[in-house]
Design a binder for this molecule. Structure first.
Ligand SMILES: Nc1nc2c(ncn2[C@@H]2O[C@H](COP(=O)(O)OP(=O)(O)OP(=O)(O)O)[C@@H](O)[C@H]2O)c(=O)[nH]1
Ligand SMILES: [Zn+2]
Length: 346
């Protein structure tokens, strides 16, 4: 929404705004407050900006006195990186704790905004008063930090029979994270035996591939092939996880596609935007399977990270079932990059 958020760590506080949704009026208000301002970006974005990283996976960047809205937007958004390659030089801050910045960057990612924030630092007492007077959300790092850093427990909300073309004996289950995040779905086909490895697919949402028939990826054919195979075998589960764009959201995936049209590959594009190669939380899939009574799977995937994460989360992978379908001349380079950089198996 672009509303400011106040986050305190006891003594000091950050009054923070996502750069993506910042406007000139709010920037003016923040400058008028007279508090020290800085920006925070992820280490991935800092790398592209040639800013020094002193804080692990993020960088706190000093705000030049004359830095306006354009400077901040360009710092957050790589859309103009090639047109304005000489942004900066950026001076990174060091010393002090970056814990508030880290939590705020996570909040940005969860809102599917570009991970870049403008932060005013002020004493906690003053921040609490300001939040109360202005009706702003005021959170404490003690409370919100642990919630941001772990995945939210899921609630099984509802389930019903939905006859599908691949099998009439299908049920759709809906799961809702308790923190109000995206819902996820499970399609259960037939009556899988809970005491044996279940044929399953963890599918990540891809609006362009699943629904629109995009040739840039292999998601649509993978979705249909997995359902068809489960239907043919007569029993299994397809999890449809709403982690669009490997967890960065559709708006950012389209930004990544724009960068890909400029010549960057799928991994480089994510990094330039400030994201990791893959921002998905694979634990969710394992949790849903366990809650449905499954402890062992025959996992349909080419992605070894999914296999590892399943095992780590207590779901044994009895077999990896390859899922190689949907190669086109548009996605050949994309699939090669995934094999080369993300370890996908061919
Ligand atoms: N950020 C980003 N996401 C993409 C891109 N292309 C596809 N996606 C998303 O990637 C997800 C699918 O992940 P993939 O890496 O293709 O495959 P996987 O799920 O890791 O592995 P498999 O199980 O073998 O399919 C979906 O959420 C897509 O929306 C891209 O270029 N950039
Ligand atoms: Zn896709």
């Amino acid at each position: 929404m672009g509303a400011p958020v106040v986050l305190t760590d006891g003594e000091s506080a950050a009054l923070a705004l996502a750069v993506e949704t910042l406007d000139a009026v709010r920037l003016g208000d923040l400058r008028d407050g007279g508090w020290p301002l800085h920006a925070a970006v992820t280490a991935r974005r800092a790398e592209t900006l040639h800013a020094r990283v002193y804080d692990g996976d993020l960088a706190r960047i000093a705000l030049p006195a004359d830095a306006g809205l354009d400077w901040l937007k360009a710092t957050a958004n790589p859309a103009d990186d090639l047109r304005y390659p000489m942004k900066g030089p950026y001076a990174s801050l060091r010393g002090g704790s970056p814990a508030l910045d880290a939590a705020l960057l996570l909040l940005c990612k969860q809102a599917h905004l570009l991970p870049a924030i403008l932060i005013a630092t002020l004493p906690a007492d003053a921040a609490r008063t300001l939040a109360r007077d202005a009706g702003l959300s005021c959170e404490s790092l003690d409370v919100i930090g642990p919630i941001l850093h772990r995945s939210s427990p899921l609630l099984a909300v509802s389930a019903a029979r939905v006859p599908l073309d691949v099998s009439e004996a299908s049920r759709v289950h809906v799961f809702r994270p308790r923190d109000g995040g995206e819902e996820h779905y499970a399609i259960e086909i037939g009556q899988p035996n809970r005491s044996e490895p279940v044929l399953s697919r963890l599918h990540s949402a891809c609006f362009t591939g699943d629904l629109a028939g995009s040739l840039k990826c292999d998601c649509g054919p993978q979705l249909r092939a997995a359902l068809a195979q489960i239907g043919t075998e007569g029993a299994g589960v397809l999890l449809y996880l709403n982690q669009e764009g490997r967890g960065i959201g559709l708006a950012n995936k389209m930004r990544a596609y724009q960068l890909q049209d400029e010549g960057f590959d799928t991994v480089e594009a994510n990094h330039r935007l400030g994201f990791e190669d893959d921002e998905r939380d694979f634990k969710i899939g394992a949790e849903i399977l366990r809650s449905m009574g499954f402890s062992s799977v025959r996992l349909m995937t080419n992605n070894p990270a999914k296999v590892r994460m399943m095992e780590t989360c207590g779901v044994a992978v009895a077999e990896r079932v390859p899922l190689r379908v949907g190669e086109t001349r548009h996605n050949r380079a994309y699939l090669d990059t995934k094999a080369r950089k993300s370890g996908h198996l061919l």
